[in-house]
Design a protein around this ligand. Structure first.
Ligand SMILES: Nc1nc2c(ncn2[C@@H]2O[C@H](COP(=O)(O)OP(=O)(O)OP(=O)(O)O)[C@@H](O)[C@H]2O)c(=O)[nH]1
Ligand SMILES: [Mg+2]
Length: 464
């Protein structure tokens, strides 16, 4: 694995700041046990207690003068069966930030140094317990905002992505082995290099799986980061009512006066685990009021940035000239036409209205009556989440860093394919193969440059 293993002992508060019933200080490194012995007085035990690994002890933690700081539970976990593969100690005190700080001060005085952000996980990586994709999964797990994001991170932590990358790597290694034999025995070049077979292997075991991983990366971005959905329409069509309906709370002001919403309002909902950022905007119309005009300008800007626009029309008035003007802005964007206030008209009056929109079919709702909102959510989901995998269960999705490397690996593989078709000399094939392999080694962390590692682990919080 990359880099030598550090041996100094690190410590940090592993639980978030604030008041909690418990707070945990984590210590990792060769001094962990001696630090525990120095600070901890087990209940009914003696100072020279032989701590059994992975067992909780009840007692008190004391400072250098012998003053009791807190009643705690302590656990000593002997290497290598630990998060970092080093000796680890955890002190579970009461969750007061002051107590945690005073205990940490004593741990540091006893020989540890403060851990950097992500340093525990970095040690797990450097010791070879986890690869880089699993370390990244830990960050994703901590930062996930929906069940979908959590699910994806857990699957990655279980090694789903690693397995797929490993399969592609071993296919490339296999091809490289054949090519290298051909280099060593140039006279037998033609016989050894069965171009047709290698091409088939390259396509089935390298190119197709990488293409699939790239598609999954796009879908994974949707699950992790979510999509921006803008509710747009002329004033008074019920945009804020729709926002409130989807949020199931009275978040935005709703009145019968056109021009109620002046600024954009943003809230998040989760549709089947996908974070959907809903943005309610000021109704767009021409107006002299400068405040309203600013709001309208913002609404236009949001429209441009949106992943999807919900174009809201008041079914009871039908399409007005203003609606038609506004629809011109939306038409070329990914959008769903939503006919609101269907409670005010008869069903048969809706069909002629729908004819204004060729495709896709408008969704009928009553925002105020909370009717049709489930159907609308399904329509939003179907629009933003493409591909069967996500709908069934996305279990593996490369992130932005992996995506860039996979794209480069795909290019190298394509060049290799061309070279095989052209029956290029074996040493040239070997060069392309090696460059494809190097990229994949970067993904799992075998050869990842130090600065990339730094960037990845700096995203962690301290104590993880
Ligand atoms: N009957 C009926 N009235 C609705 C429905 N949805 C909204 N309204 C009413 O329409 C009026 C305008 O609703 P809003 O949600 O404020 O409309 P808006 O599009 O946000 O308006 P602006 O912020 O001014 O652009 C309010 O009086 C709502 O109660 C609906 O489904 N049926
Ligand atoms: Mg509004």
């Amino acid at each position: 694995m990359a880099g030598p293993q550090k041996t100094d002992t690190i410590a940090a508060v592993a639980t978030p700041p604030g008041i909690g019933s418990i707070g945990i200080i984590r210590v990792s490194g060769s001094e962990s046990l001696s630090i525990l012995r120095r600070l901890f007085r087990p209940h009914g035990g003696c100072i020279k207690e032989k701590f059994q690994s992975h067992k909780l002890y009840y007692g008190t933690v004391v400072d250098r003068s012998g003053q009791i700081l807190d009643e705690i539970l302590a656990v000593y976990m002997r290497a290598p069966a630990t998060y970092t593969r080093e000796d680890v100690v955890e002190l579970h005190s009461h969750g007061s930030w002051l107590v945690l700080q005073s205990v940490l001060t004593e741990v540091l005085a006893a020989g540890a140094r403060p851990a950097e952000p992500g340093e525990f996980t970095k040690r797990a990586f450097l010791s070879g317990r986890i690869d880089l994709t699993k370390a990244e999964a830990v960050i994703d797990l901590l930062q996930a905002r929906t069940v979908g994001g959590v699910r994806l991170a857990v699957e990655q932590l279980q090694g789903k992505l690693l397995d797929k990358i490993d399969a592609v790597r071993s296919a490339l290694v296999h091809i490289l082995a054949v090519v290298e034999v051909a280099i060593d025995f140039p006279d037998d070049d033609v016989e050894i290099l069965d171009g047709g077979r290698l091409l088939e292997q390259l396509q089935q075991q390298v190119i197709t799986p990488i293409q699939r991983l790239l598609r999954l990366a796009d879908q994974g971005k949707v699950v992790r980061e979510g999509v921006h959905v803008v509710i747009a329409g002329r004033p008074n069509v019920g945009k804020s009512s729709l926002l409130n309906g989807l949020l199931q709370e009275e978040r935005a002001l709703v009145t019968s006066i056109p021009g109620t919403t002046r600024d954009t309002i943003e809230e998040m909902i989760s549709i089947h685990g996908v974070p959907v950022h809903l943005i309610d905007t000021a109704g767009i119309r021409t107006h002299d009021n400068p405040v309203e005009e600013l709001g309208i300008e913002r609404a236009r800007m949001k429209l441009i940035e949106a992943d999807l626009v919900l174009f809201l029309v008041d079914a009871s008035t039908g399409m007005t000239d203003q609606d038609r003007e506004l629809y011109k802005l939306v038409r070329n964007h990914d959008h769903i036409v939503v006919l609101n206030k269907i409670d005010l008209i008869e069903d048969d009056q809706l069909s002629p209205l729908e004819q204004d929109f060729s495709f896709p079919k408008p969704v009928r709702i009553s925002a105020r009556g909370r009717v049709g909102l489930d159907g609308l959510q399904e329509a939003i989901y179907a629009k933003v989440v493409t591909g069967e995998e996500v709908r069934e269960q996305l279990s593996c999705a490369p992130n932005v860093r992996h995506r860039a490397i996979l794209a480069a690996t795909l290019e190298a593989s394509e060049r290799l394919r061309q070279a095989l078709i052209m029956q290029a000399p074996a040493d040239l094939l070997a060069v392309e193969l090696q460059s494809a392999l190097d990229g994949l080694s970067d993904i799992v962390g075998l050869t990842t440059p130090e600065d990339v590692l730094e960037t990845i682990f700096s995203e962690f919080c301290i104590g993880k």
